[in-house]
Design a protein. Sequence first.
Length: 288
Amino acid sequence: MTAPADGRATPVTVPDGPAVRGGTRESWQGSGRVTQVLVLTRRALWSQFADRRVLVIKLVQPLLLLVVLGQLFGSMVDPGLLPSGVPYMEFLLPALLVTSGIGSAAASGAILSRDMENGMTARLRSLPIALSSVLFARCCADVARCCVQMVIMVVCAWALFGYSPPGGVPGTAAALALAAFVIWALTWVFLALSCWLRSLDAMQSIAGVATFPLMFGSSAFAPVDGMPFWLQLIARANPLSYAVDAARGLCLGTPDAAGLLGALAASTGVAAVGILLAVRGFRRPLVG
């Protein structure tokens, strides 16, 4: 209100606040969960690829895996143990699609631990967003990055090593989809570990311990029949072997419906448990 010369008060126009419905003002309740996940996913992807040096390393990594593992294990594996008429590169690539995601899943947990230690998670928790959106965005961003790496790996194998599996493009595309789903499930396991441990050093130690037994104690790089008996037992009990065998069957044009369903069911169960534990662990107070 203002007081003019005659002493009478005149009203002053005040900018409107939030919209009024039914006589009460509405308060902003925040964006929807889908929007939250999309925005946070874009932020996570930008933080990963903003540094061109990191971008180059991540894009070159698939080629290094093809060259090193293809040449190393290709010279050691007995061709008689491979499926008839299948070159080692066609035997190896489906396995690399699955196993390359283990490192990505472990890195996802490590990045979340780092964010909890450097205060970024505390900032996100102060915003009007669902805490689960932070985890889903972290998972989506890392799986998307891994999918780009897998596509590059397939293209490099085709262009440089003559990769031409009997399953063709449809089989390879199906194997890519299966690998992405398996990686998505594994990512939730490491996110759950990160939410409960809340230590970057602990996550890095666990990643190193878990990665090598899962990868090399499976059917990924060599036929199980050519392994020592004790290692055969480990490889056949390793859940990663089922995903590798299912992806390999799709690429080689010999899909096993039972194996594929088993890999999908196992990944679904792992993801469900991982999501439950990750969300519960992430909701705990950051201090205390």
